[in-house]
Design a protein. Sequence first.
Length: 320
Amino acid sequence: MKEPRRIESVPGRPARRVLEADLCVVGAGAAGVSAAVEAGRLGLRVVLVDSLAQIGGQSVNGLIGTLCGFFSMGDAPYQLSYGFAADVLADLQAAGALAWRPGRRSFVGLYDEHELAGSYARHLRAAGVEVVLGAVLAEAQREGDRLRRIDAWTRHGPLSVTARCFVDASGDAALGALAGATLQQAELPVYGTRMFSIAGLGRPVPTRAAVIERLEQAAPRYGLARRDGFVFEFPGRDLCLVNLTHFQTPLDAVAMSRVALEARSEIDRVMAFLRGEFPQAFGGARIQSVGQPGVRQTRGIAALRTLSTCLLYTSPSPRD
């Protein structure tokens, strides 16, 4: 086979790509994809931007594996979420990639993250959403109190998006922080987890109660700080998801990167615990994949109105 000819060049500074939209959504996780798809279905020009190289955020890349809050709590739980969420559930159900199990007087869905990413992609294309991946925010430009434009860097060069409206679905108010919005964050340390999956299982897989009971007794011997969590098996698959790690989530790039590297050693300690305490189920198990660090509610925008859990229980529904 003839070797293709190589062309040498010395490129200058890449040209800036400029996109215009009615709505720009920053963050292509579950919330961002939902906002982008619903807006696109209404006929708006939508640009969806994310720093990762693929869509899905934590719901795909964090190996979360569970869908919670889609059903009410009570003796007879009923579905709460419709619209785009219901469409995604239908896609997963049709692909055989969703199984509901009872949990705490409600239902929790176990899903396949690859099928979920595929569902997201199909709905984004059908809604006409322009998706830009691998774009890291660099600057936010305001006119008074209005955000007018964001600038980002990609490996292919700079990118700018101008829009009439922006949605910060980054998960930790990354856009709000860059735009100079008033932010709020928890007074106490916020802890995250790093989910991972294991295959090569034996039977029976221990229940959540059994795992927690053994953690209370044996966690110090394995150097584990966490005393709760769970290991759950996917029906019909040789696969378990493990949620037993714990780490603080600092709002600092260097510190968070260090945490991400150190989390692997904690995963090894968790595996030692599972193999040592439940040899019948996990003695021959192996790690199949590790999700990105899961971070929850480290920082948010101080909004004019905030919907809290307390308000859900004590107040009437808002007009909108």
